[in-house]
Write a protein that binds this ligand. Structure first.
Ligand code: CP
Length: 305
C-alpha cells in the first residue's frame, strides 16, 4: 500500500509483514543502543490537529529510533489559527523537503483527502470517528504477544463504539486475522451498521466478559457527545464499568486492554486498570515498535527527488 490511511485498505499478509518487522524493531529498542540508521535520508512531519499523548510521542520516538529527521506541528500553535488551509499547510511543510506526513485530524477522511492532494506518504494517526490504524495494529500485536496469536480468539470491544475510531480499526484488523469479535455497550453508543461488519452485539457486560479471551475497553468520549446524552457517566459506570468484583465473578482470567487515556472509575476502576491481567502499558510499549515498522515499510517506497 502507498499510504496507511486505514486498516480497511490492508490484507492479512500486510499485517503479518508489519508484525514481523515490528518483532525485529522490538528487539532493537530493547538493546542499550536503541537506534538504527535505516531512515537517515528521510524527513517526517507529525501534524496534529487534535490532542494526543501516546500516539504523538510514540510516532516521534519511532521516527527518531529509525534516525529520521523529525518536525512536529501542533495546529493550536500554528498559522491554521490564522485561516491557512490543510493543503496549504501541508504543501508549505513539504516544500522543506519532507517525505512523509503523520496526521491526526478531527475530521473523518482528512488523511484520505490529503493523500490525494499532496506529494507525500500519509500515515493516519486518527481521523475523527473513522480509523486509527496504528492503534489497531499495536492492539493486535499485543494480543499476539500475550496469547500467541489473534486467530480464533474471542475479543469483545466494550463501550462507546459509535464515536470510536479505535473500535472500527480494531474490528477490521481482528476480523482479517480470524478473531471472533463482539461489541458491548449501551444501545445509544452502538452504530446500526455494526452487524454488517460480521460483529455480534452483547448488551450484558457480564455475559460479554464470560465469552471473551480479551476485553478491549474504550474511553467514553464525552467531547464527541451532546449534553444530556444517555447514559450519563454515572449510569455508564454502573451498567458497563468493569471493576474487580465483576472480573473475579467470571471464574476465569481475561486480558484487559485500553487504548488510553483512561477515565478511571468510569470504564475501568483503578484496581482493574492496574491489575496484572491488564496489558495497557504493554500496548503503549508495543506502539513504538509497530509504528517503527509502519514508517520503515512505507519509507522503502520513497524515491528521492
Ligand atoms: N490511544 C491514543 O490514541 O491515545 P492519544 O489520544 O493520547 O494519542
Amino acid at each position: 500500500v502507498e499510504h496507511l490511511l486505514g486498516i480497511k485498505h490492508l490484507n492479512r499478509a500486510d499485517i503479518e509483514l508489519i508484525f514481523k518487522t515490528a518483532d525485529h524493531f522490538k528487539e532493537v529498542i530493547n538493546r542499550p543502543i536503541k537506534k538504527v540508521p535505516s531512515l537517515r535520508d528521510i524527513t517526517i512531519a507529525n501534524l496534529f490537529f487534535e490532542n494526543s499523548t501516546r500516539t504523538k510521542l510514540s510516532f516521534e520516538l519511532a521516527e527518531k529510533r529509525l534516525s529520521a529527521d523529525v518536525i512536529n506541528f501542533s495546529a493550536s500553535q500554528s498559522s491554521v489559527k490564522k485561516g491557512e488551509t490543510l493543503i496549504d499547510t501541508a504543501n508549505n511543510i513539504l516544500s522543506m523537503k519532507v517525505d512523509l506526513i503523520v496526521m491526526r485530524h478531527p475530521n473523518v477522511g482528512a488523511c484520505d483527502f490529503l493523500s490525494k492532494h499532496v506529494d507525500a506518504k500519509i500515515v493516519n494517526a486518527g481521523d475523527g470517528t473513522h480509523e486509527h490504524p496504528t492503534q489497531a495494529l499495536l492492539d493486535s500485536y499485543s494480543i499476539r504477544e500475550k496469547l500467541g496469536s489473534v486467530e480464533g480468539k474471542n475479543v469483545v470491544i466494550v463501550g462507546d463504539i459509535l464515536h470510536s475510531r479505535v473500535a472500527l480499526s480494531n474490528i477490521y484488523a481482528l476480523k482479517l486475522q480470524g478473531a471472533n469479535v463482539k461489541v458491548c455497550g449501551p444501545k445509544t453508543l452502538i452504530p446500526k451498521y455494526i452487524e454488517s461488519l460480521g460483529v455480534d452485539v452483547e448488551y450484558d457486560i457480564k455475559k460479554a466478559l464470560q465469552w471473551c479471551d480479551v476485553a478491549n475497553v474504550l474511553r467514553v468520549q464525552n467531547e464527541r457527545m451532546a449534553i444530556n446524552y444517555f447514559p450519563s457517566t454515572r449510569e455508564y459506570s454502573q451498567l458497563f464499568g468493569i471493576n474487580k468484583e465483576l472480573l473475579d465473578s467470571l471464574g476465569k482470567e481475561i486480558v484487559i486492554m485500553h487504548p488510553g487515556p483512561i477515565n478511571r472509575g468510569v470504564e475501568l476502576t483503578s484496581d482493574v486498570a492496574d491489575a496484572d491481567q491488564a496489558i495497557i502499558l504493554n500496548q503503549v510499549e508495543n506502539g513504538v515498535a509497530v509504528r517503527m515498522a509502519v514508517i520503515y515499510l512505507l519509507a522503502q517506497q520513497i524515491e528521492h527527488k
